[in-house]
Design a protein around this ligand. Structure first.
Ligand code: PAF
Length: 276
């Protein structure tokens, strides 16, 4: 496996557009990322993974500075999966001057949920992903469903700009107890880690109660939020949305749904979702 740190070395190694499958990451890899690499590998193209902690998608009070940088370990894990090339630029490479041109995704999709609670997050994500796409020029890229809204925003961006890149969605990888794998799980204390599975359980219960029609959606969502709050969490949202556009379903709607949640346990903010 080759590692490059500059855009020119990356382009020299790739030798043209549309020749690889791409897995963008911020590093500190776990089994969920490795599943994305395996999925990319299954397409039979050389696999490129990027490792770049993107300052643009963090608000000033968020965890940019303490986000773990673990390139040596990440490289070993990627090599073991058969990843062919790692692109690990530093900030001076990706943002040699302040990034004043930014990509603003459609507010109808990007200003709700994560975008509401993390203003500017999707501007930062879209800007860096577009820039990474220009650097890597992959035939396809794999994104995890764990970041459900991110996946949808990226798909829309690719459609709107007619980028010749196929976006593959990967299922969420979970620990044995059901906790969605996330780099941020590493911030949890042992007690918080035990409690963390309550988020996916609350989402499952909300989905089941929605399908059973036991109360209005607004009531079900408030009950789910109250349940987690009573356990010591600080939820941002637990909500049922239509999979097609992430809008709240009209009363009695039976379309494919996704239940999404974001909540803080101690100092750590976790997100999760389940399609149903
Ligand atoms: O999902 C992530 O890890 C990041 O948002 C991404 C897509 C690598 C952009 O920095």
């Amino acid at each position: 496996m080759q590692t490059v740190h500059t855009i020119s070395d990356l382009r020299a190694a790739l030798g043209g557009a549309g020749r690889c499958a791409f897995v963008p990451t911020m590093g500190n890899l776990h089994d969920g990322h490795l599943a994305l690499v395996r999925q990319a590998k299954a397409h039979g193209l050389p696999v490129v993974a990027s490792i770049f902690v993107n300052r643009l998608q963090f608000a000033p009070h968020e965890d940019f500075d303490r986000y773990p940088r673990t390139l040596a370990r990440d490289s070993e894990l990627l090599a073991a999966q058969g990843c062919d090339l790692v692109f690990a630029p530093d900030e001076a490479q990706m943002y040699p001057v302040p990034q004043t041109y930014k990509l603003h995704p459609d507010p109808a999709l990007a200003d709700m949920l994560e975008g509401h609670f993390r203003p500017g997050f999707f501007v930062g994500v879209c800007t860096v992903v577009m820039k990474l796409f220009q650097c890597v020029q992959p035939a396809l890229a794999v994104f995890g469903k764990k970041d459900y809204q991110q996946l949808m925003v990226i798909r829309h961006m690719v459609e709107q700009f007619a980028l010749p890149i196929r976006i593959d969605a990967a299922e969420t990888t979970r620990a044995a107890d059901g906790l969605a794998l996330s780099s941020r799980n590493g911030y949890l204390s042992a007690a918080e880690r035990d409690e963390a599975v309550a988020l996916s359980r609350a989402l499952r219960e909300l989905a089941d109660r929605y399908r059973a029609g036991v109360a209005t959606l607004a009531e079900l969502e408030s009950q789910a939020i109250a349940g987690l709050t009573a356990r010591g969490w600080k939820p941002d949202y637990l909500t049922v949305r239509r999979r097609a556009n992430l809008l709240p379903p009209p009363e009695g709607d039976n379309a494919p749904m996704v239940v999404l949640g974001a909540a803080r346990i101690g100092a750590t903010r976790l997100i999760d979702n389940l399609e149903f």
